[in-house]
Design a protein around this ligand. Structure first.
Ligand SMILES: [Mg+2]
Length: 276
């Protein structure tokens, strides 16, 4: 008889990899959405907030390309300019995007409630804190400075521009694995508010927690979310949870403030020999 022996990791969680906008900072993931709208307005083809948000999580240049690939946007571009959009338009809009984004990042850099408490609790369990982002490094310098001022300082931050490909590719997560010197990948948990961000964690072989309310899926600042009538909140919550689940997230919760029970559950599953 022939047997194959399977190796199983039954240790502890070693690292949590947190997204930035919509996860730890900028409730509603407003900063990039607002700037994409502005950049397309300047290009003579105004877009809606939903169109601006559709590719959220990607490298910002890829994000612009994905917006112009939307059928409705292509049609409006053709109508406005008498030709379809091309790569040179992506280049120009990305060049517009960078300074506009840098200029307004600090207006949206408040930490999301629960971030400090959760990071502290994770560190108490000897879990390292890594992070990934679709922002470029000079944008991250602003966010890192503002986060530190508020008491949040991850052990590692990797930008999409520093790896061969951004989300949904796994490379930012894997670069964090190297930076943090943790192993194996199933000892890591990726937390994100976007579908590409969940896919990034899954592609890296990690556990994933989707955040339904604080980020791109609902897309509202904290005060606007709190001001919604209960029924409207519930409808949006359900739609967002459903989207994150369909993306394959192992867990979906409202915001980062709710993730600790997921860590308990993952540790129990690891102890039973489960893999992500
Ligand atoms: Mg995000």
């Amino acid at each position: 008889m022939t047997f194959v022996y399977r190796r199983v990791y039954r240790g502890k969680i070693q690292a949590a990899l947190l997204d930035w906008a919509g996860t730890t900072m900028d409730f509603g993931c407003m900063a990039p959405a607002v700037v994409f709208v502005k950049v397309f307005e300047r290009a003579g083809v105004p877009i809606t907030m939903d169109e601006a948000r559709a590719p959220m999580g990607a490298h910002k240049r890829v994000h612009i390309r994905k917006i112009i690939e939307l059928d409705a946007v292509r049609a409006r571009w053709q109508a406005a300019h008498g030709r379809p959009p091309g790569e040179q338009d992506v280049d120009r809009m990305f060049a517009d995007f960078v300074p506009l984004q840098v200029e307004c990042l600090s207006d949206y850099s408040d930490l999301i409630p629960g971030t400090l408490e959760v990071v502290k609790a994770l560190r108490a369990r000897a879990i390292k804190i890594g992070s990934t982002t679709g922002y470029l490094r000079d944008m991250m310098e602003i966010n890192l400075r503002d986060a530190k001022r508020q008491g949040y300082e991850p052990d590692s931050t990797v930008c999409a521009s520093e790896v061969p490909a951004g989300r949904p590719a796994p490379f930012m997560c894997l670069q964090n694995v190297i930076n943090l010197q943790v192993s194996p990948v199933e000892a890591c948990v990726k937390i994100d508010d976007t579908v590409p961000g969940i896919e990034e964690g899954l592609n890296a072989g990690m556990w994933t927690i989707g955040l339904a309310i604080s980020g791109n899926e609902v897309g509202l600042p904290l005060e606007a979310w709190l001001a919604l009538p209960d029924a409207e909140q519930e409808a949006r919550r359900q739609r967002a949870h459903e989207r994150m689940r369909r993306a394959g997230a192992h867990y979906v919760v409202d915001t980062i403030a709710d993730v600790l029970p997921c860590f308990d559950d993952i540790e129990a599953r690891l102890a039973r020999g489960e893999k992500p």
